[in-house]
Design a protein around this ligand. Structure first.
Ligand code: F6P
Length: 538
């Protein structure tokens, strides 16, 4: 990519855009008209980004030259875009409407998707209505989702994000970490006779999940006086690995919900991995969530590039990250319920776009995905926004807000929240000049301290309210953003080889902590293992 004419021109333009005057550009009607895009019930405002319209045109040209359209089409039709794992990446098929069809290698994947959705719906209806009984005939009161990475972050983020839509009679809990404290905390106050575990793991081999699932099984059996037949009434599995589920002791025919190799972990919240979400918000709510994703999929597939939300968001991130080399992006949802959205995006974005080589194995040659972080507003304003406004580093921000409260009697407080979002957008971009600071009361002495440089790159994503459809749209928006960036860099956003090495090494080190002889480690690592051994046995 770095060798294209568009890239050279963009790099040259970066210097000019560095001198970008937000106060002028935010009042430029032509620029504002092009850089505010309303689609799919979202209004995305790119006017506070540091590019002018010719620069945006070049970014769009770069997307064309890099074959974004072809990559997107190939992905959506089920091509083997995840070449290193020999798989398609067809999470969009999870959102195909009822009656739709997508035939890949002779199989109508849409029919399979809907058959599984129907099974999930029937199961969730049973649990939610109290018809599903525990081993001793008592209805379920608590759901504990056991999973990690994509088998945890998506459902957990969405259950929290959609709190007003969650059935309050179900106590929803999530366990991911192999740290025993995580399961202990989740089980606190729960009764094994009224608890249902949803064990989510695509592979059904992940160390953390299988360790926690085994401990949960023991807890169920102990809570039923040692009766292991209780397990089938208190544990279900979500996986692609039928044999492993059966080996664990869950009957795949009755206690397993499936999905497919072509659904990557971090793209799986719309699959059976979303079972806990469906239990929480009900099958209708879950289908609305899918419908929101589908609306964004359709928009992504059909809207012209200069009006296409995921493409414009991708080009914005690429401009800030690959051309300006800003190291991170802060994602700041002005919604307490959506506080886990940044962590969810961390996996989606950093596992997908944290790549150094292209799909053909050659170095990318430019910066790829940034560090993604963030926190709900307004909490972040009282923690790290100082650095965003006046620090020496530039941190591009995505501000996400919802104009209307789900609860009408809370609208006044929602307005306070939104006023803060707008104020942050304005302060970050317009800032306050030294002259303005000096003119404040007692301003002379502290003028430099009270100056805000402004000119920070900000995108504002606005929706009417945070409901299942809107959340589905937001998730799909970022999924597609990730794909567009990867298409431009030529990287594979669907594999994650970078997480393997640590796992392999941990497997070697586990027995070494117990005193078995040690593998050949460097001296410092060897001393670290000795230190842990000594501390654990003293
Ligand atoms: O951390 C690597 C990873 O493979 C993620 O991509 C995945 O979401 C997570 O582990 C969990 O995997 P599984 O669902 O197979 O347990």
């Amino acid at each position: 990519m770095a060798e294209t004419a568009e890239w050279s021109a963009l790099s040259a333009l970066a210097a000019a855009n560095r001198r970008h005057d937000p106060r002028a550009s935010l009042n430029d009607p032509e620029r504002c008209a092009r850089l505010v895009v309303d689609a799919c019930g979202l209004r995305i405002d790119f006017t506070r980004q540091l590019y002018d319209l010719p620069t945006l045109d070049l970014l769009l040209a770069l997307a064309r030259t890099q074959g974004v359209v072809g990559t997107v089409e190939n992905t959506l039709r089920g091509g083997q875009v995840n070449a290193t794992e020999g798989r398609a990446a067809l999470h969009t098929a999870l959102r195909i409407p009822p009656g739709g069809s997508l035939v890949v290698d002779g199989v109508d994947v849409a029919a399979d998707v809907h058959a599984e959705l129907d099974r999930m719906s029937a199961f969730c209806d049973e649990v939610r209505s109290g018809n599903w009984r525990g081993h001793n005939g008592v209805p379920v009161k608590a759901i504990v989702n056991i999973g990690i990475g994509g088998s945890n972050l998506g459902p957990k983020m969405a259950v929290e994000g959609l709190r007003p839509f969650v059935d309050e009679s179900l106590d929803m809990r999530f366990v991911s970490n192999v740290d025993p404290a995580d399961l202990d905390r989740a089980l606190k106050g729960l009764d094994p006779q009224t608890t249902l575990f949803v064990v989510c793991s695509k592979s059904f081999t992940t160390l953390e999940t299988m360790t926690n699932a085994a401990a949960a099984r023991e807890w169920v059996i102990a809570g039923h006086g040692g009766d292991s037949t209780a397990v089938s009434s208190h544990m279900v599995a979500v996986s692609t690995a039928r044999d492993q589920v059966a080996d664990f002791g869950i009957d795949p025919a009755t206690g397993m919900f499936g999905f497919w190799e072509w659904v990557g972990g971090r793209y799986s919240v719309g699959s059976a991995i979303g079972l806990s979400l469906m239990l929480a918000i009900g099958p209708t709510g879950f289908r609305e969530f899918l419908a929101g994703m589908r609306e964004m999929d359709e928009h992504f597939r059909t809207a012209p590039a200069d009006h296409n939300l995921p493409i414009l968001l991708a080009l914005t991130w690429l401009w800030n990250g690959s051309i300006f080399a800003h190291d991170s992006v802060a994602v700041l949802p002005y919604s307490s319920d959506l506080h886990l959205f940044p962590s969810y995006l961390q996996q989606l974005d950093m596992e997908s776009n944290g790549k150094r080589v292209r799909a053909d194995g050659t170095p990318v040659g430019v910066h790829t995905g940034p560090v993604v972080w963030g926190e709900a507003g307004t909490d972040g304003q009282h923690a790290f926004h100082q650095l965003l406004h006046q620090g020496t580093r530039v941190v591009p921000c995505d501000l996400i807000g919802f104009a209307k409260s789900i609860a009408p009697d809370q609208q006044a407080r929602q307005d306070l929240l939104m006023a803060n979002l707008v104020a942050q957008a304005e302060a970050l971009s317009v800032g306050r000049t030294e002259a303005e600071a000096a003119s404040l009361e007692d301003g002379e002495d502290l003028a430099s301290h009270r100056t805000f440089p402004g000119g920070k790159p900000v995108t504002v994503i606005l929706a009417q309210q945070l409901d299942p459809m809107t959340l589905g749209k937001l998730v799909a928006l970022y999924e597609h953003k990730v794909l567009v960036e990867a298409a431009i860099w030529g990287t594979n956003p669907f594999d994650q080889w970078g997480v393997e090495l640590g796992k392999e090494m941990a497997d070697v080190i586990v027995p070494e902590l117990h005193g078995s002889s040690k593998d050949a480690h460097d001296a410092s690592t060897s001393a670290l293992i000795d230190a842990v051994r000594a501390l654990r046995s003293n």
